[in-house]
Design a protein around this ligand. Structure first.
Ligand code: SF4
Ligand code: SF4
Length: 62
């Protein structure tokens, strides 16, 4: 089971949104000014979101 967490104390939300642009499975989605996690069971564990996040705010693990 994939576990995806976003540390909202570190996340810049709509001011950044880098992870929403790169996620190939459209799991990280901008809603209002906040990143939300959708359909996390579809996550491919590619870790691209972690790579692009400037603040280490998103974490994906099995
Ligand atoms: S690990 Fe890949 S598929 Fe999973 S949320 Fe991050 S970018 Fe999307
Ligand atoms: S890349 Fe990181 S800081 Fe930017 S919106 Fe995603 S989780 Fe937040």
């Amino acid at each position: 089971m994939v576990k995806i967490t976003i540390d909202y104390d570190k996340c810049e939300g709509a001011d950044c949104a880098e992870c929403t642009d790169v996620c190939p499975m459209e799991i990280l989605v901008l809603e209002g000014d906040k990143i939300v996690i959708k359909n996390k069971e579809d996550c491919s564990l590619c870790e691209v979101c972690m790579d692009v996040c400037p603040n280490e705010a998103v974490n994906v693990e099995e």
